[in-house]
Design a protein around this ligand. Structure first.
Ligand code: FES
Length: 200
């Protein structure tokens, strides 16, 4: 018998590769192409933008890792109100709680490190030596932290990050995880690699 909690667990990590849509347009999604910004020649040379269908992503779930943009994995998390409420309750545990270092675009230099509070977009690499951190989204004790408040744990050398990708003080990593440039096409398509600063 399958209860709601089991379903929630299964849904928590969706298979990212099935949700990537084509870079030349939107495939498999009933969302018209509405290009607000077009990538500059410089941005195209560095790596084509990637469009990702986020229409099925529900609160408390993560999409990814998606080996999508410039060969880097992308994490997309839709944070619930509960996850957002604990995000800034103890900034002293973080090395750079205000994101003063340039690991994010300007529009993500805020208390949530994102354009919209709920949707977190990260390059899924640890800034220490570039292992891919493991998502531990739920608010529950973990072997590496009995008061875990959700986030990412890097198994290589033990760096810990919160659900905004901010590194915990004392971790081998000294910087927050990177927020890539991103924008939206309508409500359902996330575009990695294109924004106000990476436009024609
Ligand atoms: S690569 Fe993540 S802690 Fe070293």
């Amino acid at each position: 018998m399958t209860d709601d909690s089991t379903n929630a667990g299964r849904r928590r990590f969706l298979v990212g590769s099935t949700s990537i849509v084509g870079s030349a347009g939107v495939i498999g999604a009933a969302v018209p192409f509405v290009g607000s910004w077009n990538p500059s020649a410089k941005a195209r040379a560095a790596g084509a933008p990637v469009r990702i269908d986020i229409s099925r992503l529900q609160s408390g779930e993560m999409l990814g890792p998606i080996p999508a943009w410039r060969g880097q994995p992308i994490f997309i998390i839709k944070r619930s109100d509960e996850l957002l409420s604990v995000l800034n309750e103890d900034p002293d545990r973080l090395a750079d709680p205000d994101s003063t270092e340039p690991e994010q675009p300007q529009y993500a230099q805020n208390e949530f490190r994102s354009r919209t509070p709920d949707l977190m977009v990260l390059v899924g690499l640890c800034p220490h030596l570039f292992c891919s951190p493991i998502p531990h989204i739920e608010l529950k004790p973990e072997p590496f932290d009995t008061e875990w408040r959700g986030g990412f744990f890097c198994p290589c050398h033990g760096s810990r990050f919160d659900l905004a990708g901010r590194v915990y003080s004392g971790s081998p990593a000294s910087r927050n995880m990177e927020v890539p440039p991103y924008s939206f096409e309508g409500n359902d398509v996330l575009v990695i690699g294109v924004d106000e600063e990476n436009a024609a």
